[in-house]
Design a protein around this ligand. Sequence first.
Ligand SMILES: [Cu+2]
Length: 342
Amino acid sequence: MERRGFLKAGTAGFASLMAGTGLLSWSPRSQAATISKTYYVTAGTQTMPDGVSVYVKGFSDSAADLNVPATPIICQEGDTLSITVINRLSVTHNLVIGGLKAGDPPLASTGDIAAGGSKTLTYTIPTGKAGSYLFYDNKTSYNVLLGLHGGLAIMPAGKTDELYSGSPKFKENKQLFWIFNDIDPVLNRAVQQGTAIPTNLTPRYFTINGQTSLPPGAVGFDDPTRDAMANPMTKLEGLVGDRTLVRMLNAGMCSHAVHTHANHMEWLTDRGTVRPQVWKKDTLYLRNHLGKIDAIFPFEAPPDAYPPVTHGHFPMHLHDEMSQTAGGGMYMFGAMTEIIYK
Ligand SMILES: [Cu+2]
């Protein structure tokens, strides 16, 4: 599949998102609903910014696609999730929904899905589970690193602008995921070729929502299907006052220092636990191995500029420097996106 499938996947992922913006779209309901979704476990190759082709696996929208990360799911407390996973590969896989808090057992699991088989996970979401979740494959310790992961947003019932009931508010429908991953191609090659899985991993590529930033002059620069700076699913874009919820999930093996220019972020949760006070910080610690944080980027006029600034472009990058490189050195080909005041 693979390249073609992957590129197709890059745009297919937008389909369930809000047309034109890529943000998670949400209309609350007074009644619970059943949210049905089918994922196909597929594999193929993804070309890294240095031209290296890396084998990846994904929970994809069709047998012909390769979506890394998976198309996200958004729902509300009280809803029933019905997720069918069709395993198109020749080894056993599964899909689990991570727990709300660090250390919690998974909310739900498909159980083992044999090669060529399928399973359906059904889970009715109780009140109190609103928040951000990573769903992933935990059949092995490394399947999540290969790309088998995606984001699940559970809204408080009937709400459009709160992370959890009573949380600081964001602007309606201004919410998105930043899902980070890192890739050691030695691992991916071992899985592809069925050789021994390495015990020491050294990531060479760092992604946000499956892509890297591509600076001017690079192949794919400013192409939203390739460049994390231009992808509407990833970049922060708004007018002053467009408070945006960012649900940050880390599928990878490296911890990160998530740094925004222009504004400090309002830090709401760490690993699913609501923080006792909302701190405003420009750099947030996102732990490795399923770490997660939620924060609001407030889109205030940047406070340190005079005369006041209401338009402009700023970066979000990670302050752990290796994550801003590809292939062991290419700078600005890493986990970075753009913040745009329109
Ligand atoms: Cu910076």
